[in-house]
Design a protein around this ligand. Structure first.
Ligand SMILES: NC(=O)c1ccc[n+]([C@@H]2O[C@H](COP(=O)([O-])OP(=O)(O)OC[C@H]3O[C@@H](n4cnc5c(N)ncnc54)[C@H](OP(=O)(O)O)[C@@H]3O)[C@@H](O)[C@H]2O)c1
Length: 282
């Protein structure tokens, strides 16, 4: 599996998303087995949030962690914007840790911006870091102006990563946000890297160029979409799946190297932005 270097920490380029998981008792065992398969095959980053199923996804991840070495997992969770005050985030984190059955997170993200001043949120996460309850802190759904504001705050530049929507159908952040992050060595975690499995907007996997490149590599079009997302060294993708077969494919996509010519053919089909685009979120 290709690795990314996030501020000196080596991590796999493909992690595991968990949105909509842990909600259904009938699929619970299958979901648990799928995440465990991913961990056992090198996808050792898990992305979850207190929001997902109001704690159900964290509970599922906590159950998986009973069967895997916690120290070998880079565990990410997120707090709601309304829990972004110093006091409320302490409680939110304790609740998350209880569900996850662990005593620390590797990365704690503000899920999206709300009305709590950013300065209070930064002071809060730094307190949690000092207490040893989180190793790193970061943000999600931040655009360039949000990051500029963050970097203007004391210790704001200690942010570990920004997690935003990024896939072949949503390349807007390439115009200014990604270059801005790159110039400050701030890595990107790409969410919905396969556009929620083709269920939104464009049917990326039905594109003839994507299909042709998939045929050349003897992989599925979905694997090409995923491989495209992580062609840069500072981008990690966190696809979600409840299928062991898909998890296997997603991990294998972490090995695919697209040639310059293939990247150019893809660019012609799905051009990058030529002006500032509003940040896309789901
Ligand atoms: N920070 C944020 O605000 C934010 C927002 C959205 C998402 N996220 C995070 O990002 C993760 C990923 O995003 P997402 O779940 O919205 O969308 P996604 O990962 O782009 O797509 C998930 C869908 O793709 C399907 N899929 C996965 N691998 C596949 C494969 N190899 N072949 C065919 N289909 C495949 C899955 O179905 P199967 O189960 O059938 O495989 C599922 O329906 C989330 O789970 C969450 O952890 C964060």
């Amino acid at each position: 599996m290709k690795q990314v270097n996030f501020k000196g920490v080596n991590l796999p380029a493909i992690g595991i998303g968990t949105w909509h998981m842990g909600d259904n008792l009938k699929t619970y065992a299958q979901e648990k087995a799928t995440i465990l398969y991913g961990l056992n095959h090198g996808a050792t980053v898990i992305d979850t949030a207190e929001m997902y199923g109001e704690g159900n996804a964290e509970t599922l991840v906590g159950d998986v962690l009973q069967e895997f070495d916690r120290q070998k997992v880079f565990l990410i969770s997120k707090f709601y914007p309304q829990n972004a005050t110093k006091e409320r985030m302490k409680q939110a984190l304790n609740n998350s840790l209880k569900r996850l059955k662990t005593d620390y997170l590797d990365l704690y993200l503000l899920h999206w911006r709300g009305s709590v001043p950013l300065s209070e949120t930064v002071a809060g996460v730094i307190d949690l870091q000092k207490e040893g309850k989180i190793r790193h802190w970061g943000v999600s759904n931040f655009d360039t102006a949000d990051l500029e504001e963050l970097y203007g705050l004391p210790q704001g530049d200690q942010v570990f990563a920004n997690e935003d929507l990024y896939n072949l159908a949503n390349r807007g952040i390439e115009y200014d946000l990604l270059p801005w992050q790159r110039s400050r060595q701030l890595p990107l975690i790409a969410y919905a890297p396969i556009d929620q499995g083709d269920s939104r907007g464009q049917k990326l996997t039905q594109n003839s160029v994507v299909q042709k490149i998939a045929d050349v590599h003897q992989v599925t079009p979905m694997q090409i979409l995923l491989a495209w997302t992580i062609q840069s060294e500072d981008v990690m993708a966190i696809p979600q799946t409840s299928s062991i077969e898909h998890m296997k494919q997603n991990i294998e996509a972490g090995e695919i190297i697209l040639s310059d010519s293939e990247m150019q053919q893809i660019d012609l089909q799905f051009p990058g932005p030529d002006s500032k685009q509003p940040l896309q979120m789901i």
